[in-house]
Structure formats: structure tokens, C-alpha cells
Design a protein around this ligand. Structure first.
Ligand SMILES: Cc1cc2nc3c(=O)[nH]c(=O)nc-3n(C[C@H](O)[C@H](O)[C@H](O)COP(=O)(O)OP(=O)(O)OC[C@H]3O[C@@H](n4cnc5c(N)ncnc54)[C@H](O)[C@@H]3O)c2cc1C
Length: 433
């Protein structure tokens, strides 16, 4: 008896689920469905273009995709081309692995002005995600404000200040590369409501900011405490001590010949985006941290900037027919079980936290639950999915098709760049005609 599983989403959590199902040694047929022709979710569209080593994890996913019991259904949007209810009829188990593709909103006056972007959009734009190709952020500005002090904020700052030489070996989208190179940008401000100890950077990402060719990390030494105090786990304590040491090292970076600056602004809570139609600045309230919470001091300052990027977290989109917890932006589930035969993994299950590897246990748990729950298969699986999509004239991009698209991207690369990304779906499909 073959158990038919449809996994919606080809990011890390989807692939780890498929991998675990295959590893179980059970008789499974796994269909991985993605709305984009390109697989791998945020590995392609989120992880920074200058972090190519991190993106190499996709090679392990490729092994899974090429397994004879797995089929990739790219360019198939669940909700548009086929519904969850239909998949529940065609497959024994449906796994939601759709991630958290939108931004938490800033929620301050002026956050609807032209020039305010969420990091999902901004990162998607520089990573060539087809949804954001036409975002067109105006980088003809001298200063950018990034709200948030986590790794996504640091990624965005770094991509904005690296030199063309530093970006040569990346797969930044061509439109973004041109805009960044032309930009007269000199200052990036990163705002964190709380202090340097509470900042969520991992140390590798933070350290990179001290090694940039043309950019100086700027930090107010009076904001750096003598030591890390507070109730942290041993692991967090070590990370925070490393981060504090790194920030101290920033004070020693030689400013000579550095045209750009990234300002780490801690204890600073943006309260209003200033300007008429377009962003002209940011009003910020100084804060104190009490009991781990940032409290406004009533003291304000402003900075001039022409662009604001909110990197304060991601949010999932409710899925029709699936119970959704709007407070936390995740599906309602019990240990990953959503309903009979429906499971959740990754960011749609846990919320937008953790690194790529954090999604692996989710996949293992879902695979185990599926194999425990489903004792007999009554569904037609892939054949019926193919038939339904053919009826609707959906152009399925299978894994071999994706390999052709990828080959064309690699062939189009210039210099040491690993690929030149297609940034719209039609261009990808044209390669296959
Ligand atoms: C900007 C950014 C940078 C990051 N950098 C790193 C890093 O350097 N290192 C690290 O370890 N972690 C990094 N992470 C975290 C890591 O990317 C996530 O942990 C991981 O991608 C979450 O996996 P996921 O499968 O839940 O979601 P995703 O990776 O988002 O995958 C979801 C997939 O579902 C598809 N999908 C969505 N809706 C539908 C639909 N209706 N129909 C069909 N398909 C659909 C999407 O197209 C996508 O392919 C980063 C995250 C972000 C946001």
C-alpha cells in the first residue's frame, strides 16, 4: 500500500518532511507543490545573496527531489490552481509547509508613506523573488532606516553597503545590484527598542559588519554594558557575550577610507515616519529597558532618511479551509496535527523563528505522525493531481524543468557570480518552451 502525501511548499520544512518520509523506508509517494517554478522557498528568496554557502543546503534537498518516489509540482498555487479540500481528496495526507511570506507591520503613524517597505518585500526584491520584481524602492537616497536588530535587518544593511567587488560572487538580482551600485547612500541606521544584549543577531552575521571594505559600524560605547547580565540560558549567555565582544571590537575599526556607515541605534523606538507623501525621516523615542521591556522615556530625536525597511518579523497568510491563529500568525494545530490527514511544519506551524535546521525536527515529527495516523490508503494521489491540473491548463514545472531553468541562470551569469536569476515567471517558462 502506497501512502500518498502532498506537501505544500518546497522550502526547508517541506523538504525535511519529504526526506523523513523517504527515510522511513515505508511505501510513500510524495508530491511537493510550490506556487513558484523555483523550489527551496527562502533558501532562494530570503537567505542573503552573499551567503552562498548557506544556500548550498539546497543540494541536499535536490537529492530528495530526484528520488523516484518524489515529484515536484512547481508553478502550482494551492488556493488558486487547486484547493486544500481537493488535495485532501486526492492524497492521504496534506502537509502545510507554506512559510510566513508577509511582514509584521510597523504600526506607527506614517508607515503607509511611499518608501516604507517590509523586509519580506525588500529582501524578496534584492533576491529576485518574482512577487517583488517591480517593487522599485528608491535608493537615490543618502540614508536608510532599518527597524529591527535581528539577522534579517543585518542582511539588508549589509547588502546595501557592500561594494560591487564584495557582491561579485553573489546572485543578487540584477535590478537590485544596479540600484545599489548607483545609490549615493552613505548611512544606514538600525533601530532596536531594547539594548545590545537583547539584539537577536547571531555572532557570525554581526562580525561581518566589522569586516566590510567600505563601511564602518558605528555604535555608542556608552550603550555597551560591562558584562552580560540577566536570566539567559547558558547558550544565550555565551552568544550575547560574543556579540558584546564583537560590538566592542567595532569601536576599534579603522574609519579611514570608509565612505559608508551602519549606525547601531539601541534603546531607540521609532514612533513616526516623517514626510509628506514620501518618507523624509523617522521620529524615534529613546527608551529604557525595565524587566526586559522597553519603556519610552519621552525624549525624542529624528533622523533624515529616504527609505524605511521594517525588519520586525514575518507573518503567515491564512489558508482557506484551515483554522488560523491571527494573534500569532500560524495555523492552529496540536503538535503539528491540524485536522484529519492535515499537518503543519516550519514557519506556518511555529512562526517565523529559527534557522534552516530548526525546520528539520518538524519534518521528522510530521512524517512520524503521518505514518502513525494513516494505516490504509484510499486515494489516487499523483495521477489525480496531474489530471486535475491538466484539466485547468496549469503549466506544471517539474524538477527536470527547474534544472533547465537553473542551467540557463548559471549560463547567463557574468564573472564569478553563481547565476543570473530570472526575476519573473514568464521568463522562466520561456526557457522551457
Ligand atoms: C530574509 C531571511 C534570511 C534568512 N537567512 C537565513 C540564513 O542565512 N540561515 C538560516 O539558517 N536561516 C535563515 N533564514 C530562516 C530560514 O529561511 C527559514 O527557517 C526557513 O526558510 C523556513 O522554512 P519554511 O519551509 O517554513 O518556509 P519557506 O522557506 O518560506 O518556504 C515556503 C514555501 O511555500 C511556498 N508556498 C507558499 N504559499 C504557497 C501556496 N499557496 N501554494 C504553493 N506553495 C506555496 C513558497 O513559495 C515557498 O517556496 C532566513 C529567513 C529570512 C526571512
Amino acid at each position: 500500500m502506497t501512502i500518498k502525501v502532498a506537501i505544500i511548499g518546497s522550502g526547508p520544512s517541506g523538504f525535511y518532511t519529504a526526506e523523513s518520509l523517504l527515510k522511513s523506508g515505508q511505501d510513500v509517494e510524495v508530491d511537493i507543490i510550490d506556487r513558484l517554478p523555483t523550489p527551496f522557498g527562502l533558501i532562494r528568496g530570503g537567505v542573503a545573496p552573499d551567503h552562498q554557502k548557506t544556500k548550498k543546503v539546497a543540494k541536499a534537498y535536490e537529492k530528495t527531489a530526484l528520488n523516484e518516489n518524489v515529484q515536484y509540482f512547481g508553478n502550482v498555487d494551492v488556493g488558486k490552481n487547486i484547493t486544500i479540500d481537493e488535495l485532501r481528496k486526492t492524497h492521504d495526507a496534506v502537509v502545510l509547509a507554506v512559510g510566513a511570506p508577509t511582514d509584521r507591520k510597523l504600526g506607527i503613524p506614517g508607515d503607509d508613506k511611499i518608501g516604507v517597505f517590509g523586509s519580506a518585500d525588500f529582501v524578496g526584491w534584492y533576491n529576485g523573488h518574482p512577487d517583488f520584481t517591480n517593487l522599485n524602492p528608491n535608493l537615490d537616497v543618502s540614508a536608510v532606516a532599518i527597524v529591527g536588530v535581528g539577522n534579517v535587518a543585518i542582511d539588508a544593511a549589509r547588502v546595501l553597503v557592500k561594494t560591487p567587488a564584495e557582491m561579485a560572487e553573489t546572485d543578487i538580482a540584477e535590478h537590485a545590484s544596479i540600484a545599489v551600485q548607483k545609490s549615493p547612500l552613505t548611512d544606514v541606521y538600525m533601530f532596536g527598542r531594547r539594548g545590545p544584549i537583547e539584539a537577536k543577531f547571531t555572532n557570525v552575521e554581526l562580525r561581518e559588519m566589522g569586516k566590510l571594505e567600505n563601511c564602518l559600524p558605528v555604535i555608542d560605547p556608552t550603550q555597551l554594558p560591562e558584562s552580560v547580565t540577566g536570566n539567559w540560558s547558558d547558550r544565550d549567555q555565551r552568544l550575547k557575550e560574543r556579540n558584546l565582544a564583537t560590538m566592542r571590537e567595532f569601536l576599534e575599526v579603522d574609519p579611514t577610507n570608509k565612505d559608508k556607515k551602519v549606525h547601531f541605534e539601541f534603546f531607540a523606538n521609532p514612533v513616526e515616519v516623517l514626510g509628506n507623501e514620501k518618507v523624509e525621516g523617522l521620529k524615534v523615542e529613546k527608551t529604557l529597558v525595565e524587566g526586559g521591556r522597553a519603556i519610552g522615556t519621552g525624549e525624542f530625536f529624528t533622523i533624515d532618511c529616504g527609505l524605511v525597511v521594517a525588519a520586525i518579523g514575518y507573518y503567515s497568510i491564512p489558508i482557506e479551509g484551515v483554522p488560523f491563529d491571527t494573534n500569532n500568525g500560524i495555523v492552529i494545530h496540536e503538535e503539528g496535527r491540524v485536522d484529519d490527514g492535515v499537518y503543519a511544519v516550519g514557519w506556518i506551524k511555529r512562526g517565523p523563528t529559527g534557522v534552516i535546521g530548526t525546520n528539520k525536527p518538524d519534518g521528522e515529527i510530521a512524517a512520524k505522525q503521518i505514518l502513525e495516523d494513516i494505516r490504509s490508503s484510499t486515494k489516487a494521489g499523483r495521477d489525480e493531481l496531474n489530471a486535475l491540473l491538466a484539466e485547468r491548463n496549469v503549466r506544471i514545472v517539474n524538477y527536470q524543468d527547474w534544472q533547465k531553468i537553473e542551467k540557463a541562470e548559471v549560463a547567463a551569469a557574468t564573472g564569478p557570480a553563481p547565476r543570473k536569476k530570472f526575476v519573473n515567471i514568464q521568463d522562466m517558462l520561456t526557457v522551457l518552451d
